[in-house]
Every structure is written in C-alpha cells, then in structure tokens.
Ligand binder design. Sequence first.
Ligand code: PFF
Ligand code: NA
Length: 457
Amino acid sequence: MPQIENTHAQWSNRLAYILAATGAAVGLGNIWKFPYIMGENGGGAFVLVYLFCIAIVGIPVMIAEVYLGKTGRQSPMRALGVVAKKYAASAAWKYAGGMGVLAGYLILSFYAVIAGWACAYVIETAQGHFINATPSEVKTTFESLTSSAPQLIAWTSFMLLVTVGVVAKGLQKGLERCVRYMMPAMFLLLIIIAGYSANYGEFSQTIQFMFAPDFSKLTVDSVLEALGHSFFTLSLASGVMIMYGAYLPENTSIVKTSIWIALADTMVALIAGIAIFPIVFANGLEPSAGPGLIFQTLPLAFGHMPAGQFIGSLFFVMLVFAAFTSAIALIESSVAWLVEKKGFNRMLSAALSGFGLWLLSLLSIFSFTGASWTEVHWFESSMNFFEMIDYLTAKIMLPLGGFFIALFVGWCVKQQDLAMELKLSPFMFLVCSNLLKFISPLIILIVFLNLIGVLKF
Ligand code: PFF
Ligand code: NA
C-alpha cells in the first residue's frame, strides 16, 4: 500500500465535522432555490421525487465521496489519484475529482454574488425600506440592486473577503470556529421565522401545497430538476464532501454522519418552505415567482406584517449565515490544492484563490446588470455568463461528477475495504454497494442523456 502523506489538519471532533458539512450543504439551495423550484413544479409531487433522489442517489454518492476523501487524505483530485493507485485503476479517475473542484470554484463565482444580495437585503430591511412598500417599489429595489455594478461588486467583494479571511485561518481556527456559531444561530433563526410564519400566515394551505402530491403536475423536466437539485443541495460532486472527508477523524462513522447531514439539509429545505409559503399565500403572492421569490415577494410581505421589519432582517441574516458556511466549503478545496501543490501557506493560497474568484464573479455580476458582452450564443440558444455557469455546473458537471464517483467507488475500490470502512450489516452493505454500482449511475445517466437530447421522453 502506498504511503499516504497527510499534510492536512483534521476536524477536532465528530460534531465539528457534522456542523461544517451541514453548513456546506445548507445554503442558498435550501432557502432560495428549493422553495421556488418547488413552487414552479407544483409542490407535493415534486417534494416526493426530490426525497426519493436524496435517498437513492444523494446519500450513496455522499458516502462514496467522504470515503474517497478519508482514504486519500488530500484535495479531491489527488485523493482520487491516491485511491486509483492503491487499486491499480487508471490514473484518469482523478479527473473526476479535478472536475469537482472546478465545478465548486465556478459555483462560488456566482454564489458569492447572490450571497451579496442577501447582505444588501439585511441592510435594506433593517432600515425599514420595505415598510408599507408597494409591489412596484419592492421590484424597483431589487432591480436597482441587481443592475448596479458598483453595488454588486462591493457586496460580492465583501463576501469573498470574509470567506478568504476565515479560510486563511485554517481548519480549526477558521472554518470550524465559524460554523460552531453560525450553524446553531442559523437553525434558531429559521425556527423562529417558521413559527412566526405559521402563526401569521396561511399554514394549512402551505401544508396542503407542500405535502399533498398532485402527480398530474409532475413532468419529466421536474424529475430532472429534482435530481440535479439533490446534487446541488448536498454539495455533491463539487469537491466539497471529498475535501471535508479528508479531514475526518479516523474513528468517525461515514454512514451515520452522511445520513445526518442529508437529513438536516432536507429538514432545513422543508422548514424553509414552511417559513416562506405561509407568507406567500397570505399575501396572495405567486408560489411560482421564480428566482425573485425571496427577494421580491417576501420583502413585500414583511413590509405589511406585524414586526415585519425585525423578522425580515432576521430572515436575511439567516440567509447570509447559510450562504457563508457554504462559501467557505466551496473555496476550501482550491485552497488545499494550492497548499499541497505549490507549498504556499494558507494565507497566500486563500488570497490567490479569492482573487481568481473575484475576477470570475465579474462575469456573473455583469450578466445581472445586463451588459451585452456577457451574452453567449451557442447554436440556436443564447445565455449570459451567469446562466451558462449555472447550467454548466448544475446540469452537466455535477451529474457527470457524481456518475464517475459512484462508478469508481462501486467498481474500482475493493469492496471488502469499503465494507470494513462503512461497518454496515451485510445486507445494508449489499444495498449500498449495488446502489453505487448500478442504480445511481443508471439514474444519472438517464437524466443526463435526456438533457443532452440523446434520449427524449
Ligand atoms: N449545498 C449548497 C446549497 O444548497 O446552497 C450549495 C453548494 C455548496 C453546492 C457547496 C456545492 C457546493 F460544493
Ligand atoms: Na443544500
């Protein structure tokens, strides 16, 4: 067996890892994206398909990624290289890890921009700008923020600077300390807001909307959307779980922690629905309002509700915390890679990585402001850079990365070794191993072929 050189620190304990990994998972995907795609795809039936994807594909792939990280103990591309070598598999597998790091980097370039909107909204709401605002005033606020390059650049720079600052401090003093405070605070705020919302808003209509499945509303596209989102929401195939797994203390159970993380992420997404939809329904707003849902419709509601200024500000603070604990995860694998490969210290690595991200984020920023040079024409379609990066990562790189990771761990890793590490009952191990070998790759493949138009439903 090749000697594995461990250049990195480890999480100080199991709880620190769970908080950090849950922090990576819980983010804009749960609070911003999940509610609006659920709204666009008709509610209950979509939720069921989504839960199915998490259980059948998401959890097994997460287990596979953490296993790779814990075995390789390096940044994703190198960790996969180490494991490939150990089992005499092709060195090319490591590119599945490299693609993940790249995907995570690209995601962060727009994630930081949207997290910046959330920061801006904390200030807007706290200053009372939404009190008794009309729909057109709320819309104007949103549009003037998203069309102002200086404002977007300022907020994005702020987010990236703080991210770099925390990550530069290292694993235990930086990332760990940050999630130890932010995650409990985020959960608490979410519960307070959901309780408030259930009290003052249309609670029963929300429950009906979220949990009474109407399968006539389900289309092939919504199934694809559910699968893509299950990857995004669990931070899979983006280098994050491999990297965080590389810092796992030796005796921590991969299976139990993965299930906890997936459960916590799912709970937060559902509670976010309970926090948002009662307000949406009570104010006669559209649940399918799209990406603007929490930035355009919610402030309107907060502006008309008792204590809305206060609760609204808390809501956006919570969103910033959720986004921030994902941002530090997204930048970490590129930083660790620079430390390993170039021998830079964390400070320099974080600064370099952050500067690259800042440059990349300009592509998304100018897409939002509508600069014409951001329009990309591709065959018949046209997208701006933001839409292109979102599409490329969520619909192509993440599913493809998950596909190769499942196959790699299912087929190249000696299954006895995997079984030893996972410590499952023989039956449960068989289930897990076969999910990785056959079921997950097959489901991903079908979805992917459909997307690129080879298979049409
Ligand atoms: N899981 C995060 C969310 O749901 O917002 C987004 C994300 C974070 C995706 C980190 C990928 C990642 F590596
Ligand atoms: Na998530």
